[in-house]
Write a protein that binds this ligand. Structure first.
Ligand SMILES: Cc1ncc(COP(=O)(O)O)c(C=O)c1O
Length: 409
């Protein structure tokens, strides 16, 4: 008999996988039995004490959880406005929040008797995290990555290979995250009898967005408790996260969704400009459509997913997950977009003044946190999800911007 614990999942999605008008299962019908099998196994095991106990043990030992909440004292003092705190997801083993759901998927694969994990990756963080989880649980691992990203994030490609993963280059279209997702989805459809798709974000057909959100909710649960004890019982006034598919954002929002006084912010990449093809700001410029098996908000051009651009490979995606689309639709989220130039400035500022090299994805959230702090009084508190570390970006930044001092303020 399965020993049960109470589930921390909110009521959504509904039984068809919808978050309001977004979500569902828009996948080829032949894949439905595999997705139903996944949903049923997940429903059974997520309430099992054994499953949760194993997950907690792996999170503590392999991953290094809990990650701390840390006050960015130097940056806050320099700005002279609101106080900025960060949730240090960059301190996770393998360098980002992605491993929170990778170990969950690896455990699920074991429960389902699957021998292989398949996924896409953009910046390579998800690929490395999944390769590590697969190695730990003795599973095969196949990672699909855009040819452009393979070149840009070569250190992560090396790490995936060292960890035993097979890296498949996606060469269609823009050769970035969307094409990697197309390629990984196709590989999963072909291999679904022995493989589990460990999707990289809270995207895709039901039940993937729900599963990723639930595994990532550990971030928000921890952050809430840590913030309360650090500030003597105060909640943040603002919670800020960068958004591509939405996994790190939903993770940290999970601790504060019901607190109507806590403003939730989604930060997108404005890339080189607001011209079509020059950014990946889906919530700012997109409209409803279907991408990768779910109805959501999609950046579109001539009836197809738009070309997208950002200095941060992990944000180069023309869609968002359905729960993020719903939170935007209901007005719970406010949305901003940060251009590449500002991202690079803030990358140098934070690295030099805080001794932390943040991932370029996370710098989008930090940059918006800094903007907010400068317009708010010192009594206000901002919590930013520092979703990953920037080791993977070091070569690219030095090659394109130099390692010298580039502080503009
Ligand atoms: C460090 C980091 N943060 C954020 C993201 C964006 O993904 P998501 O919106 O799923 O959190 C990525 C994606 O690769 C990433 O590597």
């Amino acid at each position: 008999m399965i020993e049960t614990v109470s589930s921390d999942s909110p009521n959504l999605p509904d039984s068809q996988g919808y978050f309001g008008q977004f979500g569902g299962n828009h996948y080829p019908p032949e894949v439905k039995p595999a997705l139903d099998e996944l949903a049923n196994t997940y429903r059974a095991v997520r309430q099992s004490r054994d499953f949760q106990r194993t997950l907690d043990t792996v999170r503590k030992g392999l991953q290094g959880r809990p990650t701390p909440v840390h006050y960015l004292e130097n940056t806050s003092r320099r700005i002279g406005g609101a106080q900025i705190y960060v949730k240090r997801e960059d301190l996770n083993h393998t360098g980002a929040h992605k491993i929170n759901h990778c170990v969950g998927f690896a455990l699920l694969a074991r429960e389902m008797g699957k021998r292989k994990l398949i996924a896409e990756t953009g910046a390579g963080q998800h690929g490395v995290a999944l390769a590590a989880a697969a190695a730990y649980f003795g599973l095969e691992c196949e990672i699909h990555m855009g040819a452009i990203d393979i070149e840009k994030q070569s250190s992560n490609v090396g790490r995936m290979r060292l960890l035993g993963a097979h890296v498949v280059s996606a060469t269609a279209g823009q050769s970035t995250l969307k094409e990697a997702s197309d390629s990984a989805f196709n590989a999963y459809v072909e291999q679904r009898d022995h493989a589990l798709y460990a999707i990289g974000s809270a995207i895709g057909p039901h039940p993937f967005p729900m599963i990723v959100r639930d595994f990532q909710s550990v971030v928000g649960r921890e952050a809430r408790g840590q913030f309360l004890s650090l500030t003597g019982g105060c909640l943040p006034d603002h919670v800020v996260a960068c958004v591509a598919g939405g996994s790190n954002a939903l993770g940290i929002y999970a601790g504060f969704l019901d607190d109507s006084d806590v403003a939730l912010h989604a930060v997108e990449p404005l890339g080189k400009s607001d011209e079509p093809g020059q950014h990946a700001a889906t919530l700012s410029f997109g409209r409803p459509g279907v991408l990768h098996g779910a109805r959501s908000i999609i950046l579109q051009q001539d009836g197809a997913p738009a070309k997208v651009s950002s200095v941060a490979s992990g944000l180069v995606y023309p869609g968002v997950g359905p729960e993020i689309a719903m939170l935007h639709d209901t007005g719970r989220l406010s949305v901003s977009a940060i251009p590449d130039e500002e991202v690079i400035d803030v990358f140098f500022q934070v690295t030099r003044s805080e001794g932390i090299i943040p991932a370029l994805e996370s710098v989008h959230a930090l940059a918006y946190g800094i903007r907010l702090a400068s317009s708010e009084p010192a009594s206000k508190r901002i919590l930013v999800n520092l979703s990953g570390r920037g080791d993977k970006d070091v070569d690219h930044v030095i090659a394109n911007y130099g390692a010298g001092c580039r502080l503009t303020t």
